[in-house]
Design a protein around this ligand. Structure first.
Ligand code: ADP
Length: 494
């Protein structure tokens, strides 16, 4: 039993270490960096300490030699105290051989004659004698118990006489120094490791805390809570991410709202004619069935409602076909101005009966390549919307303008216009602005979605400029082509 729980506990512990998390990665990187640093320090101290020391010592010997040489030249009688002091403070053996005598300064005293370094001195003097330059040096590593040392010699020519300066410097740091250095290195290694662990921990907490906050908010959002606020405080990148997420959350909330609206509207649009059909059918059974006149009137209502339903369902199918690209265009070259004129003429009867004032401003013929029927549907939808949403101002303009390569169609009304925060949605399927719901204007919210699908298939640019209460200008623009020649038309017909 104990074993069983133990296993589960260890499993959980293993699970908690996520090697791809920012925390673990930062921690590991810092530990690896610290270990690398410590290894370099240890490597340098073990393998290069001696050569560093040797180089530093030989530079020091050269500098000392220069000072001593110039002192000797300037004032040879005061050379002794300087040499003695230099030997003592730098742990050096200094010897000067003049024509008459030799003087040895070994750090504690000044002596004359020979001593333990006599061999070294003789060897370097020979080397100096055979060398062309004024100074020589060599490193002596022997097992005589004296340890390795740097031996230096140079001529000091004063008053035409060659004197010889010899300096011997013990080369390796003594064991105490080495031990102190090692101890220091151990402390430094510990400090580096602990500091990097602390730094890594602090950094990973600082890095992950805004991300964790964002994740928590995103989880809330995924549960459908749109009131969450994304807070990316800390870093510019997380702030940017939070800003983008806040925007996405706002858009999602809006889409959610519109989707609910759409379902409500579509169900309403479908339900109204169905209720009418049902109630009129019942009326015929119960009341008007025997009265041919009343029965026909009721049947006409039923027919008109089924037509409405039919239109709605046809539009729905068109939109879904357009969206899935399941539509075949019958491309031809035609004059868009001519097609626009036929649309205008089809509305003339309505204009007269309903009191609309529709003005047509054509431009020169403008040939485009497209599906004439579908493009006619686009223009018809624009004009019928202008009629539907023009309110009391029944003045509508259909305007065409042409440049060398493009033709633009405008349908301008002076009606209710579109609120600026809704203008981006009018091309969405089933979308109807809030105002026309209040006014109970009939519609499916599919007309402009169909227009958008057709214009996209034609690669045309389109848009709307509108101001609430002032009216709207729906437009599209197509590339023009050369007028087809009679030959082209014949070929096509043939
Ligand atoms: P509908 O069947 O509702 O007219 P559309 O897709 O043709 O559907 O239009 C979508 C919505 O865009 C309309 O419900 C209306 O709110 C708005 N709209 C379209 N044309 C105009 C216009 N000329 N003036 C004002 N609002 C318009």
């Amino acid at each position: 039993m104990a074993d069983h729980t133990g296993k589960r506990g260890s499993k959980r512990a293993v699970k908690r270490i996520d090697t791809s998390s920012i925390k673990t990665t930062t921690l590991l990187s810092f530990v690896i960096f610290a270990l690398f640093l410590v290894m370099i320090l240890w490597g340098l101290s073990n393998f290069y300490l001696n050569s560093f020391y040797e180089r530093a010592r030989s530079q020091e010997v050269m500098r000392t030699a220069e000072t001593l040489e110039s002192q000797f030249r300037q004032d040879r009688y005061n050379f002794g105290p300087l040499a003695l002091q230099t030997a003592a403070s730098n742990d050096l053996y200094i010897r000067i051989d003049t024509a008459e005598d030799n003087f040895i300064f070994d750090g504690t005293r000044e002596v004359q004659g020979s001593d333990a370094f006599e061999n070294d001195v003789n060897r370097i003097k020979e080397k100096l004698a055979s060398s062309a330059s004024g100074n020589v040096s060599e490193t002596r590593r022997d097992n005589s118990g004296m340890g390795s040392r740097l031996v230096y010699a140079s001529y000091i020519t004063a008053s035409g006489v060659d004197n010889i300066l010899c300096i011997i410097a013990p080369l390796y740091p003594d064991q105490v120094t080495i031990r102190i250095l090692r101890d220091m290195l151990i402390y430094v290694s510990f400090i580096v490791l602990i500091v990097s662990l602390l730094l890594a921990f602090a950094l990973s907490v600082r890095l992950t805390s805004p991300i964790e906050k964002l994740t928590r908010s995103a989880q809330e959002l995924s549960k459908g809570n749109h009131d969450v606020y994304f807070d990316g405080a800390g870093f510019t990148e997380t702030k940017e991410l939070a800003k983008a997420l806040n925007k996405a959350s706002y858009e999602m909330e809006k889409t959610d709202f519109y989707q609910r609206e759409i379902i409500a509207n579509v169900s309403h649009d479908l339900k109204t004619p169905l209720t009418m059909i049902r109630s009129y059918a019942e009326k015929i059974i119960d009341i008007t069935g025997d009265n041919p006149e009343k029965r026909n009137a009721d049947l006409n209502v039923i027919i008109s409602e089924t037509e409405h339903l039919n239109r709605l369902v046809t539009d729905m199918l068109s939109v879904s076909n357009l969206q899935s690209n399941n539509i075949e265009l019958r491309m031809e070259t035609f004059d868009l101005v001519e097609a626009a004129r036929s649309v205008y003429e089809s509305f003339l009867a309505l204009a007269t009966s309903e009191g609309f004032e529709i003005h047509f401003h054509p431009c020169k013929p403008a040939y485009v390549v497209g599906d004439r029927t579908r493009m006619t549907q686009v223009m018809t939808n624009f004009v019928s919307n202008a009629v539907k949403y023009s309110g009391d101002n029944k003045y509508i303009e259909i305007r065409l303008s042409k440049t060398s390569k493009k033709v633009t169609f405008h349908c301008i009304d002076h009606g209710m216009g579109i609120p600026s925060d809704e203008i981006g949605h009018v091309w969405d399927k089933y979308y109807r602005t809030s105002a026309n719901h209040e006014r109970g204007i009939e519609g499916t919210g599919l007309g402009l979605a169909i227009v958008k699908g057709i214009l996209n298939l034609h690669g045309a640019k389109y848009g709307v400029e509108s101001e609430e209460g002032k009216g709207s200008d729906f437009w599209f623009e197509m590339e023009t082509v050369r007028k087809p020649s009679a030959e082209d038309t014949e070929k096509k017909d043939g």
